[in-house]
Design a binder for this molecule. Sequence first.
Ligand code: 0X9
Ligand code: ZN
Length: 305
Amino acid sequence: DTVFTQYLTFTKIQQFVLQLQELNPNLVKVSSYGKSFEGRDLIQVAVQKNTGSTNKHLVLMDCGLHAREWITNMECCHWLTQLCDTSSPAHALLDNFNFLVMPSANPDGLEHSWNTFRLWRKTRNTNPTNPACVGTDPNRNWAFGHSGTGSSTDECSDVYCGPAPFSAPETLALSKVLKEQEPTLYLSMHSYSQLILMSYGCDAPGLTNKNFTEQQTIANKAVQALHDVHQTTYEAGNSKTILYEACGCSTDWALAENLCKYAYTYELRDTGRTGFLLPEDQIAPTCDETSASVVTMCTEILKRN
Ligand code: 0X9
Ligand code: ZN
């Protein structure tokens, strides 16, 4: 597939999903769930098959919350392609699942990463006091543990959490979708480190992830399925234990709010040799293995629910 040989700009991602909708009008519905700070559409792509069943699980996948993590935008596009490909095991999931995919959850940041500074991480909003320092870390701006460990209140920091939870329009809009949709499974795609992370990645007195053991079991199956494709090694575990403590993150918030039963943060390839600058010849293999693992995750969830 020629699409997965080059990284896509926001405009190309938009064209990609609109073309997918044109080719699969009965399956794909592209819409906007809000606007970014600079006024770009926050794109959501619903994929569902009319099967008569009314009690399907919803899976929500967001990509590109962090601007420089370009491989994640590609994974959302790849997953959408797989869902539409009748010969793919992903497509078969449409009998039991609906999917909602946000292929570019931080479009302003992505554009800035393409045009001005490749390693940009945050959104592009202006900040309250320092006009020289732009943007909010969209994975520190959520209400669970806001401004806690792993965050900064310095507007110039790459992990600036914003003046208040959901101060960035991008996280506010995404939080509203999560509240309205209450997905069974919420996947937030990041890079890099080859990990599948589970909650809570932020210490909250008296709060534990009651579903951790089951989530770990399912994540281990996903790690195995991912390895089966290109022998890439992943680790699954608690976010704080196997990565670092980070507060104000999206998956922790969704789980703490009881909006989903399963929430995972993926950290895609690689382990640091090229980091965010993952070569384009690794787009296709990375997406192949990641999408295979997501199929397994859905299958395992279906068995248990
Ligand atoms: O720090 C982050 O936001 C994520 N890593 S990244 O390198 N992509 O920036 C990890 C998020 C950890 N998740 C939770 N605390 N739940
Ligand atoms: Zn990230």
